[in-house]
Design a protein around this ligand. Structure first.
Ligand code: NAD
Ligand code: DAO
Ligand code: ZN
Length: 368
């Protein structure tokens, strides 16, 4: 079939809207009509050329929601008409990772997903004679896309696509990092570095978990009012102090119980670790740093009980946990609407990247 897509032709170039060819679903695969997709910092990171796994030409996008149009042979859990959220972290429930109970990093299709192709090693997308790479196994910047069955979470049919698409990455990553990775407990103190599309969800997750002190740190003071609405109790403008760590340690009499780095800056990752309380403070890295970058601290920081951890997709097991988060939204337990600051058609998708780089948006959503 033919469908419309935004193509990343090369690193650093604006996306181009074209009609592309999409082959139907093969064994274990599902054809989905994407109804809405968010634009995340990670799409910009790959488009910039900083992503070591970045491939071109490709159809980016990993934060979508849509409807099943067709299923390939062997698909048993989904049928045409089902509403779904694509999962860049799939959940096969059979591999050694899924059955370990210790991680959400399913290994079933990792090798081919990282190479921009479907599990059988081929791409379903092409334009003319040229093949286009898939991206993160999802490619939601196309109006239709093909995914493995294990990379789709089935969700309720009354959930609005233009809001719950954000659960495909930012919402789940931020809230999940608090609830499933850090397991923040009531009464905890928390520091959140970077108050963008991920950090604001960390803040609302910390409030849900019952944290009593939630300190937000950003270079952009315009982020303060929205962060306060989501539960931030204190704000540090990082552009106005040389000693963020000292400030947090003093404010909390020794450091926070949990910190979250939501930027992708290795220097800030160090600050996030070192503002944690001696003996038990845990710092969770969410931000994705550029190719070749490394983190550093004095080992004594770890010897004296601080813990450095990371999280992908908030530790969420996609097919199991994503439908629950959709329920939380529909029940009014989490706020997504205030974070979606811009909505636009596919033809204006490059504006979404501009707004992100200018710090003017939290989330832009493309509706098809
Ligand atoms: P964003 O651009 O919306 O937000 C980043 C925020 O950090 C901005 O408000 C910016 O002003 C602030 N900032 C930048 N430099 C700073 C500094 N030195 N000190 C303090 N604040 C600073 O980005 P986002 O969409 O929220 O994504 C954040 C990071 O999370 C990215 O690296 C993205 O790739 C990553 N990410 C990780 C996962 C995962 O599963 N681990 C999932 C999605 C996104
Ligand atoms: O299993 O080796 C692996 C990697 C799984 C990919 C997880 C990606 C997590 C962070 C990328 C940001 C997502 C938007
Ligand atoms: Zn698995």
């Amino acid at each position: 079939m033919k469908t419309r897509a935004a193509i990343a032709t090369a690193a650093g170039k604006p996306l181009e809207i074209h009609e592309v060819e999409l082959e139907g679903p093969r064994e274990g695969e599902v054809l989905v009509e994407i109804k809405a997709t968010g634009i995340c910092h990670t799409d910009a990171f790959t488009l910039s050329g900083d992503d070591p796994e970045g491939l071109f030409p490709a159809i980016l996008g990993h934060e979508g929601a849509g409807v099943v149009v067709d299923v390939g042979p062997g698909v048993t859990t989904l049928a045409p008409g089902d509403h779904v959220i694509p999962l860049y972290t799939p959940e096969c429930r059979q591999c050694e990772f899924c059955t370990s109970g210790k991680t959400n990093l399913c290994g079933a299709i990792r090798a081919t997903q990282g190479k921009g192709v479907m599990p059988d090693g081929t791409s379903r997308f092409s334009i003319g004679r040229d093949k286009l790479f898939h991206y993160m196994g999802t490619s939601t910047f196309a109006n239709h896309t093909v995914l493995p069955e294990i990379a789709l979470a089935k969700i309720r049919k009354d959930a609005p696509f233009d809001k719950v698409c954000y659960i495909g990455c930012g919402v789940t990553t931020g809230i999940g990092a608090v609830i499933w990775t850090a397991k923040v407990e009531p009464g905890a103190t928390v520091a959140v570095f970077g108050l963008g599309g991920i950090g604001l969800n960390v803040i609302q997750g910390a409030r849900m978990a019952g944290a009593t002190r939630i300190i937000g740190i950003d270079l952009n003071p315009a982020r303060k009012p929205l962060a306060e609405k989501f539960g931030m109790t204190d704000f540090i403008d990082a552009s106005k102090t040389d000693d963020v760590v000292g400030t947090i340690v003093e404010m909390t009499r020794g450091g926070v119980d949990y910190s979250f780095e939501c930027i992708g800056n290795v220097k800030v990752m160090r600050q996030a670790l070192e503002c944690c309380h001696k003996g038990w403070g845990e710092s969770i890295i969410i931000g994705v740093a550029g190719a070749g970058q490394e983190i550093a601290t004095r080992p004594f920081q770890l010897v004296t009980g601080r813990v450095w951890r990371g999280t992908a997709f908030g530790g969420a097991r996609g097919r199991t946990d994503v439908p629950k988060i959709v329920d939380w939204y529909m029940d009014g337990r989490i706020n997504i609407d205030d974070l979606i600051t811009h909505t636009m058609p596919l033809e204006e998708i490059n504006t979404a990247f501009d707004l992100m780089h200018e710090g003017k948006s939290i989330r832009s959503v493309v509706t098809y």
